[in-house]
Design a protein around this ligand. Structure first.
Ligand SMILES: [Zn+2]
Length: 149
């Protein structure tokens, strides 16, 4: 079996939730668009890259890229056509944020798109900080330069 290969993404999603105007979120069906699907849409549709180039940027095969972007299109279409909410989170990507608790020294990881955690999952302390600068940090929002890696 081939080892699973993570998809590389260049940045943290800017917006992680979209919903139809005027309808309470609790009444809406929610579709989860993963961060790798969003990245595929960004590279393939927004930046207009050829699938081969976009796949290369994400470190995956062209066929895998094709599968991801097809799935993304279907989800986005479902939201627009049927009026569903779209939540962007998770996905098999390399971006992870590490946090370090200054109380119990617990270190843990959170995926991008989940928001800043409210407290240390181990001791409940609210005093914690980012333990690393993940890939998603180096470019910043709307700024692609500045990555030193
Ligand atoms: Zn703690």
């Amino acid at each position: 079996m081939r080892p699973f290969k993570c998809r590389t993404v260049e940045g943290e999603p800017v917006i992680t939730y979209f919903k139809p105007n005027g309808i309470p979120a609790k009444l809406l069906e929610e579709i989860i668009l993963t961060v790798d699907e969003l990245e595929a849409v960004r590279l393939g549709d927004f930046e207009g890259l050829y699938q081969e180039d976009a796949a290369g940027k994400m470190g995956i095969s062209r066929q895998t890229f094709g599968n991801i972007i097809t799935s993304a299109h279907k989800k986005i279409a479902d939201c627009i056509v049927n009026g569903k909410a779209l939540k962007i989170e998770g996905g098999m990507v390399e971006m992870k944020r590490r946090f370090l608790c200054s109380g119990c020294k617990n270190e843990w990881e959170e995926s991008f798109g989940t928001g800043r955690p409210a407290e240390c999952p181990k001791c409940g302390s609210k005093k914690f900080q980012r333990a690393n600068k993940g890939r998603g940090e180096c470019g910043g929002r709307g700024r692609r330069s500045g990555c030193s890696k």
